[in-house]
Design a binder for this molecule. Structure first.
Ligand code: LMR
Length: 400
Protein backbone atom coordinates (compact mmCIF):
# COMPACT_ATOMS: atom_id res chain seq x y z
CA UNK A 1 0.00 0.00 0.00
CA UNK A 2 2.97 2.33 0.29
CA UNK A 3 4.49 1.40 -3.05
CA UNK A 4 3.35 4.66 -4.61
CA UNK A 5 5.51 6.71 -2.24
CA UNK A 6 8.38 8.67 -3.66
CA UNK A 7 11.61 9.05 -1.75
CA UNK A 8 11.36 12.24 0.33
CA UNK A 9 14.28 14.66 0.21
CA UNK A 10 16.57 14.92 3.23
CA UNK A 11 15.98 17.85 5.57
CA UNK A 12 17.85 20.94 4.27
CA UNK A 13 19.74 21.31 7.57
CA UNK A 14 19.87 17.88 9.21
CA UNK A 15 20.45 16.29 5.79
CA UNK A 16 23.78 18.13 5.61
CA UNK A 17 24.99 15.99 8.53
CA UNK A 18 23.78 12.85 6.75
CA UNK A 19 25.88 13.77 3.69
CA UNK A 20 28.85 14.73 5.87
CA UNK A 21 28.75 11.38 7.71
CA UNK A 22 29.00 9.54 4.40
CA UNK A 23 32.13 11.44 3.28
CA UNK A 24 35.33 9.47 4.04
CA UNK A 25 37.63 12.50 3.57
CA UNK A 26 39.90 13.23 6.58
CA UNK A 27 39.63 16.99 6.00
CA UNK A 28 35.82 17.08 5.93
CA UNK A 29 34.19 19.87 7.90
CA UNK A 30 30.55 20.09 8.99
CA UNK A 31 29.37 23.70 9.19
CA UNK A 32 25.74 22.75 8.56
CA UNK A 33 23.78 22.17 11.72
CA UNK A 34 23.95 24.80 14.45
CA UNK A 35 25.60 22.70 17.13
CA UNK A 36 28.53 23.83 19.25
CA UNK A 37 31.90 22.18 18.84
CA UNK A 38 35.08 22.62 20.86
CA UNK A 39 38.41 23.78 19.44
CA UNK A 40 39.06 20.06 18.88
CA UNK A 41 35.88 19.83 16.81
CA UNK A 42 34.09 17.73 19.43
CA UNK A 43 30.54 18.13 20.83
CA UNK A 44 30.59 19.67 24.31
CA UNK A 45 28.74 18.56 27.43
CA UNK A 46 28.90 21.50 29.83
CA UNK A 47 30.61 20.82 33.12
CA UNK A 48 27.65 22.29 34.94
CA UNK A 49 25.35 19.82 33.16
CA UNK A 50 27.52 16.92 34.32
CA UNK A 51 27.31 18.23 37.89
CA UNK A 52 23.53 18.57 37.68
CA UNK A 53 23.22 15.03 36.31
CA UNK A 54 25.37 13.73 39.16
CA UNK A 55 23.05 15.41 41.66
CA UNK A 56 20.08 13.80 39.98
CA UNK A 57 21.70 10.36 40.06
CA UNK A 58 22.64 10.73 43.73
CA UNK A 59 19.08 11.60 44.68
CA UNK A 60 17.58 8.17 45.43
CA UNK A 61 14.14 9.70 46.00
CA UNK A 62 13.80 10.52 42.30
CA UNK A 63 11.22 8.50 40.46
CA UNK A 64 10.28 8.03 36.82
CA UNK A 65 6.60 8.86 37.18
CA UNK A 66 4.80 10.74 34.37
CA UNK A 67 5.16 14.48 34.54
CA UNK A 68 1.95 16.51 34.42
CA UNK A 69 0.81 17.52 30.92
CA UNK A 70 2.45 20.94 31.42
CA UNK A 71 5.77 19.35 32.37
CA UNK A 72 8.03 20.02 35.34
CA UNK A 73 6.41 22.90 37.17
CA UNK A 74 9.60 24.19 38.80
CA UNK A 75 11.34 24.16 35.41
CA UNK A 76 8.47 26.17 33.94
CA UNK A 77 8.67 28.83 36.63
CA UNK A 78 12.46 29.09 36.37
CA UNK A 79 12.30 29.27 32.58
CA UNK A 80 9.84 32.15 32.68
CA UNK A 81 12.11 33.95 35.14
CA UNK A 82 15.15 33.35 32.96
CA UNK A 83 13.62 34.78 29.83
CA UNK A 84 11.46 37.58 31.27
CA UNK A 85 13.68 38.56 34.20
CA UNK A 86 13.00 37.92 37.89
CA UNK A 87 11.30 41.31 38.29
CA UNK A 88 8.99 40.92 35.30
CA UNK A 89 5.54 42.45 35.86
CA UNK A 90 3.95 39.48 34.06
CA UNK A 91 5.46 37.05 36.58
CA UNK A 92 4.64 39.29 39.55
CA UNK A 93 1.05 39.57 38.42
CA UNK A 94 0.88 35.87 37.67
CA UNK A 95 -0.46 36.50 34.17
CA UNK A 96 1.88 34.16 32.37
CA UNK A 97 1.53 30.49 31.70
CA UNK A 98 4.58 28.38 30.88
CA UNK A 99 4.53 24.80 29.68
CA UNK A 100 7.52 22.54 29.14
CA UNK A 101 7.79 21.45 25.50
CA UNK A 102 10.13 19.48 23.27
CA UNK A 103 12.81 22.09 22.72
CA UNK A 104 12.27 25.10 20.44
CA UNK A 105 10.50 23.16 17.71
CA UNK A 106 7.98 21.63 20.10
CA UNK A 107 7.34 24.98 21.78
CA UNK A 108 6.69 26.64 18.42
CA UNK A 109 4.42 23.82 17.33
CA UNK A 110 2.34 23.83 20.51
CA UNK A 111 2.09 27.63 20.35
CA UNK A 112 1.14 27.46 16.66
CA UNK A 113 -1.58 24.88 17.25
CA UNK A 114 -2.94 26.87 20.19
CA UNK A 115 -3.13 30.01 18.04
CA UNK A 116 -4.71 28.13 15.12
CA UNK A 117 -7.42 26.89 17.49
CA UNK A 118 -8.08 29.93 19.65
CA UNK A 119 -6.75 33.12 18.08
CA UNK A 120 -8.92 35.15 15.72
CA UNK A 121 -6.14 35.69 13.12
CA UNK A 122 -4.74 32.63 11.41
CA UNK A 123 -1.87 34.26 9.50
CA UNK A 124 1.67 34.25 10.81
CA UNK A 125 4.36 36.46 9.27
CA UNK A 126 7.87 35.04 9.31
CA UNK A 127 11.13 36.69 8.28
CA UNK A 128 12.45 36.32 4.75
CA UNK A 129 14.64 34.24 5.06
CA UNK A 130 14.17 32.25 8.23
CA UNK A 131 15.03 28.91 9.83
CA UNK A 132 13.91 26.26 7.33
CA UNK A 133 11.67 24.53 9.86
CA UNK A 134 9.55 27.60 10.69
CA UNK A 135 7.22 27.54 7.66
CA UNK A 136 6.68 23.79 8.02
CA UNK A 137 5.92 23.99 11.74
CA UNK A 138 3.32 26.71 11.37
CA UNK A 139 1.69 25.34 8.23
CA UNK A 140 1.22 21.96 9.89
CA UNK A 141 -0.05 23.72 13.01
CA UNK A 142 -2.88 25.08 10.87
CA UNK A 143 -1.73 28.66 10.31
CA UNK A 144 -1.27 30.48 7.02
CA UNK A 145 2.37 31.48 6.60
CA UNK A 146 3.41 34.75 4.95
CA UNK A 147 6.76 36.46 4.95
CA UNK A 148 8.02 39.93 5.78
CA UNK A 149 11.20 41.47 4.42
CA UNK A 150 14.12 41.20 6.80
CA UNK A 151 17.49 40.68 5.16
CA UNK A 152 19.09 42.90 2.55
CA UNK A 153 21.51 40.88 0.40
CA UNK A 154 23.11 44.09 -0.88
CA UNK A 155 24.26 45.24 2.57
CA UNK A 156 24.19 41.79 4.18
CA UNK A 157 22.36 43.58 6.95
CA UNK A 158 18.81 44.38 8.03
CA UNK A 159 16.23 45.65 5.54
CA UNK A 160 14.60 47.75 8.23
CA UNK A 161 12.55 49.85 5.84
CA UNK A 162 11.15 46.74 4.14
CA UNK A 163 10.42 45.18 7.52
CA UNK A 164 8.44 48.20 8.72
CA UNK A 165 6.56 48.44 5.42
CA UNK A 166 5.58 44.78 5.44
CA UNK A 167 4.53 44.69 9.08
CA UNK A 168 2.74 48.00 8.55
CA UNK A 169 0.76 46.41 5.70
CA UNK A 170 -0.08 43.19 7.60
CA UNK A 171 -3.77 42.84 8.53
CA UNK A 172 -4.50 43.96 12.10
CA UNK A 173 -4.04 41.18 14.63
CA UNK A 174 -1.73 39.05 12.47
CA UNK A 175 0.83 36.94 14.28
CA UNK A 176 4.47 37.92 13.75
CA UNK A 177 7.32 35.54 14.42
CA UNK A 178 10.33 37.39 15.83
CA UNK A 179 13.78 35.92 16.43
CA UNK A 180 14.62 37.13 19.93
CA UNK A 181 18.33 37.33 19.15
CA UNK A 182 20.94 35.88 16.79
CA UNK A 183 18.63 35.61 13.78
CA UNK A 184 18.83 32.24 12.05
CA UNK A 185 20.14 32.01 9.32
CA UNK A 186 21.43 35.57 8.82
CA UNK A 187 23.01 36.53 12.15
CA UNK A 188 21.49 39.99 11.59
CA UNK A 189 19.51 41.51 14.47
CA UNK A 190 17.69 44.84 14.83
CA UNK A 191 19.30 47.34 17.20
CA UNK A 192 17.48 48.11 20.45
CA UNK A 193 16.19 51.36 18.92
CA UNK A 194 14.87 49.43 15.94
CA UNK A 195 13.25 46.89 18.27
CA UNK A 196 11.50 49.79 19.97
CA UNK A 197 10.14 50.96 16.61
CA UNK A 198 9.03 47.42 15.78
CA UNK A 199 7.31 47.18 19.14
CA UNK A 200 5.48 50.46 18.69
CA UNK A 201 4.33 49.54 15.20
CA UNK A 202 3.19 46.06 16.25
CA UNK A 203 1.33 47.28 19.30
CA UNK A 204 -0.36 50.07 17.34
CA UNK A 205 -1.69 47.49 14.88
CA UNK A 206 -2.47 44.81 17.43
CA UNK A 207 -0.01 42.39 15.82
CA UNK A 208 0.68 39.37 18.04
CA UNK A 209 4.39 38.82 18.82
CA UNK A 210 5.58 35.22 18.86
CA UNK A 211 9.24 35.15 19.90
CA UNK A 212 11.55 32.30 19.03
CA UNK A 213 14.37 32.37 21.57
CA UNK A 214 16.84 29.66 20.64
CA UNK A 215 20.08 31.45 21.50
CA UNK A 216 19.65 33.32 24.80
CA UNK A 217 23.18 34.03 26.02
CA UNK A 218 24.76 32.91 22.77
CA UNK A 219 24.56 36.16 20.86
CA UNK A 220 26.12 38.63 23.28
CA UNK A 221 27.30 36.22 25.96
CA UNK A 222 24.78 37.81 28.37
CA UNK A 223 21.45 36.17 29.18
CA UNK A 224 19.83 39.52 30.06
CA UNK A 225 21.05 41.38 26.98
CA UNK A 226 19.80 38.67 24.64
CA UNK A 227 16.36 38.67 26.28
CA UNK A 228 15.97 42.44 26.06
CA UNK A 229 13.70 42.60 22.99
CA UNK A 230 11.24 40.18 24.62
CA UNK A 231 11.30 42.09 27.89
CA UNK A 232 10.49 45.32 26.05
CA UNK A 233 7.33 43.75 24.68
CA UNK A 234 6.36 42.32 28.06
CA UNK A 235 7.00 45.62 29.86
CA UNK A 236 4.28 47.37 27.86
CA UNK A 237 1.63 45.11 29.37
CA UNK A 238 0.58 43.51 26.08
CA UNK A 239 0.31 39.84 25.18
CA UNK A 240 2.97 37.72 23.52
CA UNK A 241 4.17 34.16 23.08
CA UNK A 242 7.73 32.99 23.70
CA UNK A 243 9.31 29.71 22.62
CA UNK A 244 12.51 28.90 24.52
CA UNK A 245 15.11 26.27 23.76
CA UNK A 246 17.93 24.97 25.95
CA UNK A 247 19.55 23.09 23.06
CA UNK A 248 22.30 25.60 22.39
CA UNK A 249 22.73 27.59 25.58
CA UNK A 250 22.96 24.52 27.84
CA UNK A 251 24.12 22.17 25.12
CA UNK A 252 21.09 19.96 25.77
CA UNK A 253 20.39 19.30 22.07
CA UNK A 254 19.30 15.69 22.34
CA UNK A 255 17.39 16.14 25.60
CA UNK A 256 14.75 18.12 23.69
CA UNK A 257 14.06 20.59 26.45
CA UNK A 258 12.30 23.90 25.97
CA UNK A 259 9.33 25.93 27.10
CA UNK A 260 6.41 27.85 25.69
CA UNK A 261 5.25 30.89 27.64
CA UNK A 262 2.12 32.86 26.90
CA UNK A 263 1.91 36.27 28.52
CA UNK A 264 -1.72 37.28 29.04
CA UNK A 265 -3.58 40.34 30.29
CA UNK A 266 -4.66 38.79 33.60
CA UNK A 267 -4.01 35.79 35.86
CA UNK A 268 -7.51 34.57 35.21
CA UNK A 269 -6.98 34.48 31.44
CA UNK A 270 -3.55 32.84 31.87
CA UNK A 271 -5.17 30.03 33.84
CA UNK A 272 -7.71 29.38 31.10
CA UNK A 273 -5.00 29.57 28.40
CA UNK A 274 -3.06 26.90 30.29
CA UNK A 275 -6.10 24.65 30.47
CA UNK A 276 -6.42 24.90 26.68
CA UNK A 277 -2.70 24.29 26.12
CA UNK A 278 -3.13 21.00 27.95
CA UNK A 279 -5.76 20.00 25.42
CA UNK A 280 -3.27 20.71 22.62
CA UNK A 281 -0.45 18.76 24.28
CA UNK A 282 -2.22 15.65 25.58
CA UNK A 283 -3.18 14.14 22.20
CA UNK A 284 0.23 15.05 20.73
CA UNK A 285 2.63 13.41 23.23
CA UNK A 286 0.76 13.30 26.56
CA UNK A 287 3.46 14.92 28.65
CA UNK A 288 7.08 15.96 28.11
CA UNK A 289 10.20 14.07 29.23
CA UNK A 290 11.60 14.52 32.71
CA UNK A 291 15.38 14.31 32.42
CA UNK A 292 16.38 17.41 30.46
CA UNK A 293 13.98 19.65 32.36
CA UNK A 294 15.34 18.31 35.66
CA UNK A 295 18.90 19.19 34.61
CA UNK A 296 17.81 22.73 33.74
CA UNK A 297 15.91 23.09 37.02
CA UNK A 298 18.91 21.98 39.09
CA UNK A 299 21.13 24.55 37.35
CA UNK A 300 18.69 27.45 37.41
CA UNK A 301 17.69 26.99 41.06
CA UNK A 302 21.23 26.88 42.45
CA UNK A 303 23.10 30.18 42.55
CA UNK A 304 26.54 28.60 42.22
CA UNK A 305 25.62 26.32 39.36
CA UNK A 306 23.82 29.17 37.64
CA UNK A 307 26.93 31.35 37.83
CA UNK A 308 29.06 28.53 36.58
CA UNK A 309 26.68 28.07 33.66
CA UNK A 310 26.90 31.74 32.68
CA UNK A 311 30.69 31.43 32.55
CA UNK A 312 30.59 28.34 30.34
CA UNK A 313 28.00 30.00 28.13
CA UNK A 314 30.15 33.10 27.78
CA UNK A 315 33.14 30.93 26.88
CA UNK A 316 31.14 29.33 24.06
CA UNK A 317 29.94 32.72 22.81
CA UNK A 318 33.48 34.12 22.98
CA UNK A 319 34.92 31.19 21.06
CA UNK A 320 32.41 31.81 18.28
CA UNK A 321 33.29 35.51 18.19
CA UNK A 322 36.95 34.59 17.96
CA UNK A 323 36.18 32.28 15.01
CA UNK A 324 34.53 35.23 13.26
CA UNK A 325 37.67 37.32 13.72
CA UNK A 326 39.96 34.51 12.59
CA UNK A 327 37.96 33.76 9.46
CA UNK A 328 37.74 37.43 8.55
CA UNK A 329 41.50 37.81 9.04
CA UNK A 330 42.24 34.68 7.03
CA UNK A 331 40.27 36.03 4.06
CA UNK A 332 41.95 39.40 4.41
CA UNK A 333 45.43 37.91 4.34
CA UNK A 334 44.50 35.86 1.28
CA UNK A 335 43.29 39.03 -0.42
CA UNK A 336 39.95 37.35 -1.13
CA UNK A 337 37.90 39.71 -3.31
CA UNK A 338 34.75 41.21 -1.76
CA UNK A 339 33.70 42.82 1.48
CA UNK A 340 33.70 40.17 4.22
CA UNK A 341 33.06 42.52 7.13
CA UNK A 342 29.64 40.93 7.65
CA UNK A 343 31.48 37.93 9.13
CA UNK A 344 32.43 40.05 12.14
CA UNK A 345 29.26 42.16 12.14
CA UNK A 346 26.74 39.32 12.18
CA UNK A 347 26.13 37.67 15.55
CA UNK A 348 25.26 34.34 17.10
CA UNK A 349 25.99 30.90 15.75
CA UNK A 350 25.75 31.62 12.05
CA UNK A 351 27.34 33.66 9.32
CA UNK A 352 25.23 34.18 6.24
CA UNK A 353 28.16 34.27 3.86
CA UNK A 354 26.42 35.37 0.69
CA UNK A 355 27.78 32.30 -1.14
CA UNK A 356 25.26 30.91 -3.61
CA UNK A 357 24.14 27.26 -3.95
CA UNK A 358 26.57 26.58 -6.83
CA UNK A 359 29.48 27.95 -4.77
CA UNK A 360 28.40 25.89 -1.77
CA UNK A 361 28.27 22.75 -3.85
CA UNK A 362 31.75 23.48 -5.27
CA UNK A 363 33.12 23.83 -1.74
CA UNK A 364 31.52 20.57 -0.70
CA UNK A 365 32.79 18.70 -3.73
CA UNK A 366 36.33 20.09 -3.83
CA UNK A 367 37.00 20.90 -0.18
CA UNK A 368 34.62 18.54 1.71
CA UNK A 369 33.10 21.51 3.51
CA UNK A 370 29.44 20.98 4.35
CA UNK A 371 26.92 23.79 4.88
CA UNK A 372 23.33 24.60 4.00
CA UNK A 373 22.81 25.52 0.36
CA UNK A 374 21.82 29.09 1.27
CA UNK A 375 25.46 29.76 2.23
CA UNK A 376 24.89 29.71 5.99
CA UNK A 377 27.86 28.47 7.99
CA UNK A 378 27.80 27.47 11.62
CA UNK A 379 30.66 29.39 13.21
CA UNK A 380 30.36 27.06 16.19
CA UNK A 381 31.59 24.20 14.00
CA UNK A 382 34.86 25.99 13.14
CA UNK A 383 38.15 25.90 15.02
CA UNK A 384 41.51 27.64 14.70
CA UNK A 385 42.76 24.52 12.96
CA UNK A 386 39.99 24.48 10.33
CA UNK A 387 39.73 28.23 9.60
CA UNK A 388 42.56 28.11 6.99
CA UNK A 389 40.85 25.26 5.12
CA UNK A 390 37.56 27.17 5.00
CA UNK A 391 39.30 30.39 3.97
CA UNK A 392 41.12 28.53 1.18
CA UNK A 393 37.82 27.13 -0.05
CA UNK A 394 36.05 30.50 0.00
CA UNK A 395 39.00 32.13 -1.71
CA UNK A 396 39.05 29.45 -4.40
CA UNK A 397 35.33 29.64 -5.07
CA UNK A 398 35.12 33.42 -5.37
CA UNK A 399 38.23 33.70 -7.56
CA UNK A 400 37.44 30.79 -9.88
C1 LMR B 1 19.97 24.86 12.97
O1 LMR B 1 19.35 25.78 12.43
O2 LMR B 1 21.00 24.36 12.47
C2 LMR B 1 19.52 24.33 14.29
O3 LMR B 1 18.48 25.08 14.79
C3 LMR B 1 19.27 22.88 14.29
C4 LMR B 1 18.01 22.48 13.60
O4 LMR B 1 17.21 21.76 14.20
O5 LMR B 1 17.81 22.85 12.44
Amino acid sequence: VFAHLVQAPEDPILGVTVAYNKDPSPVKLNLGVGAYRTEEGKPLVLNVVRKAEQQLINDRTRIKEYLPIVGLVEFNKLSAKLILGADSPAIRENRITTVECLSGTGSLRVGGEFLAKHYHQKTIYITQPTWGNHPKIFTLAGLTVKTYRYYDPATRGLNFKGLLEDLGAAPAGSIVLLHACAHNPTGVDPTIQQWEQIRQLMRSKGLMPFFDSAYQGFASGSLDTDAKPIRMFVADGGECLVAQSYAKNMGLYGERVGALSIVCKSADVAGRVESQLKLVIRPMYSSPPIHGASIVAVILRDKNLFNEWTLELKAMADRIISMRKQLFEALRTRGTPGDWSHIIKQIGMFTFTGLNPAQVSFMTKEYHIYMTSDGRISMAGLSSKTVPHLADAIHAVVTK
